[in-house]
Design a protein. Structure first.
Length: 672
């Protein structure tokens, strides 16, 4: 029967390899995976052919701005699965894909081993091999590799001589295999039908400790402070071991509908207003609040922070006060109500009369996009490379994909943190679009079961390839019921969980280290006397400050490679559901941290732990020492089953470093 003229053209039937199941591959290659410079990205794929011929599979790689593909051999790991490691030594967006082919030489060599082992006559098989090697010599010769071509020709002759002499002729020689596999026949190779991408960031995108503070409260005496006062605060922040200093908006604040204390509708003459009501006669998003200082002061802060090992991160909030210059210059960038007035921000039943959202559906959207990119460009020009973006989920996905790609093309070291407390798919989409880190639901995951389930989602699903969580136990907008009612034990436990479950975490201070826990009203997550609306006087020398605990924990994070990554976490069984037990292990395998947290801030909890000793790198019957880097105790444990007890008002967590060298009681005494 004749084929229909409309039937699909035949594929080249001589290309027999199928490639599928490539990982990482985000949404069929629509979005890039994420990695850190210096990583070796593990890439896997299924590559198989009909019949029994051997298959060769390679990983192809093209670096940023590169025109040529390089290739890396992939290893067969069983059941037609292949694995290769892609070294990533440059910032930017790398491309990779897979190529595979049926390999006649490898098939021949595999079968020759079987024929020889069985004692069969291999004369005809040696002639087949000689021809395959002769073809390889021709490919080497065509590529100008004369030495390889000559050596392969010699091997071809040796195989033929072996056929006449009725011996193997060196068919299984390692040199022959290496030479022939260097010049395979790839004319009928299959190339995966997608080029995939991986966005490579600098190390701080994976490992960071953020400290948020309001510059206007930096004096410590209740009077309005400025950037110079923040400089004076740097030894305190750096001394606790933080490496990112995050500042809420530092721009002029509008006067119209300015909010008073606790979000009061009317503000007094001395009330500073919310920093998120951006813009006034002094300027908008590229201006500095005159009460904070000058741009020279800001640049000095950036330089002084670097001297203390800190990096300044700025808040980017794309919204305007009614006094923002854009309101008069570009009224078309805002949504208007039927009476002609501009629509202020609302989150029913909340109203924010001091804020105008931008209308991204304006007909003038290209100019709006350019202006918003200009905000980033301005602060990049002042030396900033880290941005916390306010409510990105209320702006178009297309905008974020465009603006982040544009910025990272010029500044591949830029880092973007998405403050998007919204639906999971929206949060994940923003991460795919380019955000380097993301706020999470961690603040509301309080039970051991909730934390295990959430961490499993973040570290054991495809989410791990593109979503980098940043755990915050509190923010200026979020004072959870757990912190309101749990006292100091809740603050310590949440700190330990945030800093050890995630390699990126942050706190809003000094509210956190001073245990600020009073809500504006019952049932609210807003702070009473919120720093969003007034200048606060923080006594950093209070005896009940968590400064010492924070410092110890951050120093441990800096000393332990195991805590500098998020995805390699193992949860261990315990017979008390108020205890959470988990471990992390460094890439080299010689750094293991075991954490036990009492998630009940009110009562002592104890239980028997059944450890996965393999995850700890110890034997089932081995003695080993665990040293509590947080509380200071040392214990000798044996095997998998051990007892723990945590009194929350003493210390609600153990953060153990596992010392596998302690084999006996005598050894234990020695290491003490």
């Amino acid at each position: 029967m004749k084929r229909s003229k409309d039937s699909r053209a035949r594929a080249d039937g001589r290309s027999r390899v199928a490639i599928e199941g490539v990982a990482p591959e985000i949404d069929a290659g629509r979005f890039p995976a994420k990695a850190i410079v210096g990583d070796r990205l593990t890439v896997e794929a299924d590559a198989f052919a009909d019949g029994h011929d051997a298959v060769t599979c390679v990983l192809l790689h093209r670096p940023p701005d590169g025109d040529e593909w390089s290739e890396i051999a992939m290893d067969a790991v069983g059941n037609d699965r292949w694995r290769g490691a892609l070294p990533l030594d440059r910032l930017g967006r790398h491309r990779y894909t897979i190529e595979a082919w049926t390999d006649p030489f490898r098939t021949w060599r595999r079968d020759m081993r079987k024929w020889i082992s069985a004692g069969k006559d291999v004369g005809v098989h040696l002639e087949i091999g000689a021809r395959l090697v002769e073809d390889a010599a021709g490919r080497a010769r065509a590529a100008g590799e004369r030495d390889d071509a000559q050596r392969l020709a010699e091997w071809s002759r040796a195989l033929r001589q072996g056929a006449r002499a009725d011996d193997a002729g060196g068919a299984l020689d390692a040199e022959l295999a290496a030479l022939a596999e260097r010049w395979p026949d790839r004319e009928r190779a299959t190339r995966y039908d997608r080029e995939l991408e991986v966005e490579v960031d600098r190390e701080r995108a994976r490992f960071s400790a953020w400290y948020e503070m309001f510059p206007r409260s930096a004096r410590g005496d209740g009077r309005r402070g400025g950037l110079a006062d923040v400089v004076e605060r740097l030894p305190y922040v750096a001394g606790m071991g933080f490496d990112v200093l995050y500042l809420p908006p530092i721009h002029p604040i509008g006067e119209t509908h300015r909010k008073g204390p606790d979000n009061a509708v009317q503000a007094g003459p001395d009330d500073p207003g919310s920093p998120w009501a951006i813009g006034g006669p002094e300027g908008g998003h590229t201006a500095l609040h005159p009460g904070l200082g000058t741009l020279d002061d800001f640049r000095r802060l950036v330089e002084a922070s670097a001297d203390h090992g800190l990096e300044v991160a700025l808040d980017i909030a794309f919204q305007c006060s009614p006094d923002h210059p854009w309101v008069a210059e570009h009224p078309e960038w805002f949504r208007h109500r039927p009476d002609g007035t501009i629509q202020h921000a609302e989150n029913p039943p909340k109203k924010y009369e001091d804020i105008y959202p931008l209308d991204f559906e304006t007909d003038d959207w290209p100019a709006l996009w350019d202006a918003l990119k200009g905000v980033f460009d301005f602060w990049l020009g002042q030396g900033v490379r880290m941005f916390r973006v306010d409510n990105p989920h209320t702006k178009p996905f297309a905008f974020w994909e465009w603006v982040i790609a544009e910025i990272k093309a010029e500044h591949p070291d830029a880092i973007f943190l998405a403050e998007a407390f919204t639906r999971p798919r929206v949060m994940y989409r923003l991460a795919k679009l380019g955000f380097s880190q993301s706020y999470t639901y961690f603040a509301w995951r309080n039970t051991a079961w909730e934390l295990r389930e959430y961490m499993t989602e973040l570290t054991r699903s495809p989410v791990k390839d593109f979503f980098r969580p940043n755990f915050w136990p509190n923010t200026p907008d979020i004072l959870t019921e757990h912190l309101q009612t749990g006292g100091r034990p809740a603050f310590v436990a949440r700190l330990v969980l945030a800093a050890t479950l995630s390699s990126n975490y942050g706190i809003y201070g000094p509210a956190f280290e001073l245990g600020e826990h009073e809500p504006r009203e019952p049932g609210s997550e807003e702070y009473r006397a919120s720093e969003k609306y007034e200048v606060r006087n923080w006594d950093l020398q209070r005896e009940d400050s968590l400064q010492d605990v924070i410092t110890r924990l951050n120093r441990l994070r800096q000393a332990c490679p195991a805590l500098q990554q998020t995805v390699d976490v193992t949860f261990h069984r315990v017979d008390n559901d108020r205890l959470l037990v988990y471990s992390k292990r460094g890439a080299a395998g010689d750094d293991v941290v075991l954490i036990v947290v009492n998630v009940d801030p009110h009562h002592t909890q104890a239980g028997w732990v059944d450890l996965d000793v393999g995850a700890l790198g110890v034997g089932a019957d081995e003695a080993y020492q665990v040293h509590d880097a947080l509380g200071g105790g040392r214990f000798l444990w044996h095997g998998a089953r051990n007892f723990v007890e945590l009194v929350p008002h003493v210390l609600p967590a153990h953060v153990f470093r596992v010392r596998r060298r302690a084999r006996t009681e005598k050894d234990f005494d020695y290491y003490l």
